[in-house]
Design a protein around this ligand. Structure first.
Ligand code: FMN
Length: 213
């Protein structure tokens, strides 16, 4: 059986950091969850997570993956375990710099929204506020966490409420041109999603009679 034919990449020969960089530079583009959390004292934290996935639609369960800081668990992860509530804020293009700024490894006693003057707004159900300018805010309750490998933890949260910027959503349909979601490439490189291509529907002659059911 012929192999793929490309250059073999030896993941085992890489350091853990190189492997992380390689994987996050090839599994692209990724959506970004700007996650707001609150510590036991009520300090609001915000940090971006691009290892971000829809785990289930019914019920709605969203997942983020938190790695470990060199000095331990990330504030987002600790706060979620403490309060069991958090908000996943979707990031639009105009939020790119504040998203990058929120990734700075601030000491735990520094709350990014207050320090960086990012406005927050009360959520509908959870005690943790949302980012005021975010186009979509998913209020989440911790469902469970699962560790993978040496340093990664999947944090799964059930969505208990959603708020969208006025005019963005009609029923279940989302105006993507208005949403202008930001994607992550790698490092400090991001992408816009303005250049959309739409395929022909795969239902005509070559496919007729081949659909299941
Ligand atoms: C766009 C972007 C996406 C990121 N995605 C992740 C991620 O998926 N998982 C992760 O552990 N760290 C990720 N980081 C790094 C964290 O945001 C960073 O470690 C941050 O300091 C964590 O903050 P906290 O300690 O307040 O939770 C990302 C950084 C950026 C800029």
């Amino acid at each position: 059986m012929p192999t793929h034919g490309g250059d073999a990449v030896d993941l085992e020969a890489m350091s853990a950091l190189e492997r992380y960089k390689f994987l996050t530079a090839t599994v692209v583009p990724r959506p970004i969850a700007l996650v707001t959390t609150m510590n036991a004292e009520g300090l609001v934290n915000a940090a971006p997570f691009s290892q971000f996935i829809i785990l289930s639609a019914s019920p709605a369960i969203l997942g983020i993956v938190s790695g470990r800081h060199p000095d331990g668990t990330k504030d987002t992860h600790s706060n979620i375990l403490t309060r069991r509530e958090y908000v996943i804020n979707i990031v639009s293009e105009d939020m790119a710099q504040l998203t990058q700024d929120c990734a700075f490894p601030f000491r735990p006693e520094i709350g990014e929204p207050a320090h960086l003057r990012i406005a927050t707004a009360p959520s509908r159900i959870v005690s943790v506020p949302a980012i005021a300018d975010s186009p979509v805010a998913f209020e989440c309750r911790l469902s469970r966490t699962e560790n993978f490998g040496d340093t990664a933890t999947l944090i799964a949260g059930v969505v208990v409420a959603v708020s969208c910027r006025p005019g963005l959503v009609q029923g279940h349909r989302v105006d993507h041109a208005a949403l202008r979601p930001l994607g992550r490439i790698a490092g400090r490189a991001y992408c816009r999603t303005g250049d959309v291509i739409t395929m022909a529907e795969a239902c005509d002659a070559p496919f007729s009679g081949l659909a299941r059911g």
